[in-house]
Ligand binder design. Structure first.
Ligand SMILES: [Zn+2]
Length: 317
């Protein structure tokens, strides 16, 4: 059996896992990233949690074929370098791939974290058995990834799959990226909360107004209990997602769209209206391959699994 080590670097934690060639998790672990301490500390922690995962799998580094690393970008896959990242202080043109590879004495690949998570769902999660899949990671922001014919699309500058910045409402809400009307300004956890707060400030009555602070989870809970504002906010997020799905359908014709990240914890409350709006907006010409929309199935393991899978693609042994 061939084994890969997947490392998923987040702003808060580093997740590591040993994954075999059939995408089965052999061992896994997690440590704080301590990103505020700078890149040297982060590399130290990545190496430590990586070694621990390999030991837990009763293997040695010599038995690991390659390492896959998922990291916030922007980054260069080709050079294995983080250009700079708002969530990783001090990472300026930092050669993360080669630093980790040298410390663990193994070959390594580096990919954008959301791309890696999408590849993980394709390889062993909701997209298993599919060859054409798009994933949205609906978190604080929105990331994503596109797998076409079994290949993760990277684009000319390794920035393909920035699905949160597809414009769904021209003249719409301002996004943190500077554009107006991005998907992220409607369907991220951050903007879901903000839209609820804005509506309450404008006088819309809602059971959410009795809370000290609103979170995306609370919006989902109150929607479940029938609060009209919470339902409307989630419906707006779902419609924005559906519009992005329609555009993606025309570009890459996926078999499946997967919804992951914190907002996907709302389950049917986000899934059902997204499907409904997709049917409403999608063209009515004959469609022999209807698009399926499902929830992600790997949770926060998707990143290291996908990173390992991407390492396998480059270093199949
Ligand atoms: Zn944007």
């Amino acid at each position: 059996m061939v084994h890969y080590l997947g490392l998923d670097l987040g702003g808060t934690n580093i997740k590591a896992g040993v994954v075999d060639e059939l995408a089965r998790i052999v061992s896994k672990g997690s440590v704080p990233a301590e990103a505020a301490e700078g890149p040297e500390r982060v590399v130290y922690n990545m190496v430590r949690v990586g070694r621990e995962a390999v030991e837990k799998a009763a293997l040695t580094m010599a038995e690991i074929t390659a390492i896959g690393i998922g990291s916030p970008g922007p980054l260069s896959v080709e050079r294995g370098v983080i250009h700079n990242s708002p969530n990783l202080p001090g990472f300026v043109n930092f050669p993360l791939r080669d630093r980790v590879a040298a410390s663990l004495d193994a070959k390594a690949v580096l990919h954008n974290d959301a791309n890696a998570a999408a590849f993980g769902e394709y390889w062993s999660g909701a997209g298993r058995e599919m060859q054409h899949m798009v994933m949205f990671t609906l978190g604080t922001g929105i990331g994503g990834g596109v797998v076409s014919d079994g290949v993760l699309l990277r684009g000319c500058g390794d920035n393909a799959g920035e699905l949160g910045h597809i414009i769904v409402h021209p003249e719409g809400r301002q996004c943190g990226c500077g554009q107006n009307g991005c998907l992220e300004a409607y369907a991220s956890a951050t903007h879901t909360v903000r839209r609820a707060e804005e509506a309450i400030a404008e006088g819309t009555s809602s059971t959410l107004s009795s809370l000290d602070s609103i979170s995306a989870k609370r919006v989902a809970e109150h929607a479940q209990k029938g609060d009209a504002l919470a339902i409307a906010v989630l419906d707006g997020a779902a419609e924005a997602l559906a519009l992005a799905c329609v555009s993606l359908r025309h570009v890459v014709e996926p078999q499946l769209v997967v919804l992951g990240g914190g907002m996907a914890a709302a389950g049917e409350l986000i899934l059902a209206p997204t499907r409904k709006h997709y049917q409403r907006h999608m063209w009515k010409l004959q469609d022999s391959h209807p698009l399926r929309i499902k929830l992600a199935s790997l949770g926060s393991d998707a990143g290291f699994i996908g990173a390992a899978g991407l390492a396998q693609q480059i270093f199949p042994e």
